[in-house]
Design a protein around this ligand. Structure first.
Ligand code: F0G
Length: 459
């Protein structure tokens, strides 16, 4: 008999949750202008806004923080982090940043010239922002299946090599800044790339002299799916698969607030010492000295420990993704439209299918996230039309094919019973979907609008 997964830890400290009434939540969502980013966390019961920086740290991480060396230059904690990144990911050059977007900023500035093209497997909000800000143009080369919430393709994060080659042929390899290869693609629903695809993209890019830069933010979860789904990897450790992913790249940006199990931090990792030198020249201007960048010594300690802990046994990744799948399977069983297969870091509700009566320009996913909050105090996040923003050239809403609400599961924080409550609330809202109305902007920020936009009900 196969055994259930269970969390490979026990709970040492608890944080009480606030329960609110429906009336209080109706008031709170109005005050937050129907944007779950603008809710106060005290008004939230189960917080599935993001898996970013929301992990619970281990006793070892907390005790490592006490060892933080806060020296301005040459801190011991920095060298521990260098060793951890080198041992687990294999990268030689480490540039520590305050979080992922700090690394994206530096990478975009050193590699992108105005007019360059950056092909990648689906955009991510902050990543594309920095690519465009540096004068680049992001071109999506993910496989078509990634845009279809119903496709059961096991590796919906794959790059379509024909699409990539077409971009390179059109603009010439010297105008391609690098290939931006995201592991376990966030906006596709936490969907992995296969090792075969990762190897093929790397081999092709080597042949045309183009760098492959991973967004390795969720590479651990990608490695887990390779172990589960790709022939030949079933007996390999997740640590060795993760290492093999990184081996097929020239560098990576990482938001350590996800896989790496810390509340703040990130890094740019590179192989080429000359490129690393360029990045460090910017690092000292935008983040901090090259041996701490955007982190305190204690943050680097916790991060070094988190990097080792995430791969110490396969049980961590198995229970992490297992919990996400548990919630997803409950919703699938009930017939709630979700992105399939269930991804690594959250369950993505197909808002366009749940609310077919709301036109895309009235933001069905934004409205659904607000409705779930009002029902139960569960906070999710819009990942659709609002997040995609406007095309900088035409000024029109980008209308991505996926109009989703993301219920993102923090690592090591909630229990299976919390997942039961979430499923019950989503099912109840789904049953009353026709009562939900669309939204319109009352305030629309120019860039990364989803964070601070304000809405009102169209009804
Ligand atoms: N890349 C990916 C794939 C991400 O998911 C994120 C953040 C970043 C880069 C940026 O990293 O936040 O540390 O600056 N994603 C969070 C989320 C915000 O909720 O998905 P950051």
């Amino acid at each position: 008999m196969t055994r259930s997964w269970a969390e490979p830890w026990k709970i040492k400290m608890v944080e009480p949750l606030t329960m609110t009434t429906r009336t209080e939540r109706e008031e709170a969502i109005r005050a937050a202008h129907y944007n779950t980013f603008l809710l106060k966390s005290d008004d939230v019961y189960i917080d599935l806004l993001t898996d970013s920086g929301t992990s619970a740290m281990s006793d070892r991480q907390w005790s490592a923080m006490m060892l933080g060396d806060e020296s301005y230059a040459g801190a011991r904690s920095f060298y521990k982090l260098v060793d951890a990144v080198h041992d687990i990911y294999g990268y030689e050059e480490l540039i520590p940043t305050h979080q992922g977007r700090g690394a994206e900023h530096l990478l975009s500035q050193i590699l992108i010239k105005p007019g360059d093209v950056v092909p990648g497997n689906m955009y991510f909000t902050t990543t594309r922002f920095h690519q465009e800000r540096a004068g680049g143009k992001f071109v999506d080369v993910i496989i078509d299946e990634a845009h279809d919430p119903k496709s059961m393709h096991p590796f919906k994060g794959n790059i379509d090599l024909a699409k990539l080659a077409a971009v390179v042929d059109e603009v010439g390899s010297e105008r391609v800044a690098y290939v931006s290869f995201e592991t376990n693609v966030n906006l596709a629903g936490g969907q992995p790339a296969s090792m075969a695809n990762i190897k093929a993209v790397y081999a092709y890019c080597e042949s045309v002299d183009i760098l492959v830069m991973l967004d390795a933010t969720r590479a651990l979860e990608n490695a887990y799916f390779i172990q589960q789904r790709e022939a030949g990897y079933e007996d390999r450790s997740i640590a060795s698969i993760l290492r093999q992913i990184a081996d097929h790249s020239h560098g990576a940006t990482v938001s350590s607030k996800k896989d790496n199990l810390v509340n703040i931090g990130g890094f740019l990792a590179l192989r080429d010492p000359d490129l690393a030198r360029e990045a460090r020249a910017l690092l000292v201007a935008f983040e901090g000295l090259h041996t701490y960048g955007g982190m305190a010594g204690r943050d680097m300690e916790a991060l070094a420990e988190g990097i080792r802990e995430m791969v110490a046994t396969d049980d961590h990744a198995r229970s992490r993704v297992g919990q996400v799948e548990y919630l997803g399977d409950k919703l699938i069983k009930y017939g709630v439209p979700v992105v399939k297969p269930i991804g690594g870091h959250g369950v993505f509700l197909d808002a366009a299918a749940i609310l077919p009566h709301i036109p895309l320009d009235e933001f069905p996913a934004q409205a659904l996230a607000a409705a779930i909050y009002v029902d139960s105090g569960v906070r999710g996040m819009e990942r659709g039309n609002v997040s995609a923003g406007r095309d900088p050239v035409t000024g029109k809403n980008r209308h991505p094919k996926l109009e989703l609400v993301r219920l993102t599961i923090p690592r090591r924080v909630y229990t299976q019973s919390h997942m039961d409550v979430v499923a019950e609330s989503v099912i109840e809202v789904y049953e009353q979907a026709e009562t939900i109305t669309g939204l319109r902007f009352t305030y629309e920020p120019e860039s990364l609008r989803f964070f601070q936009a304000e809405f009102e009900s169209v009804s």
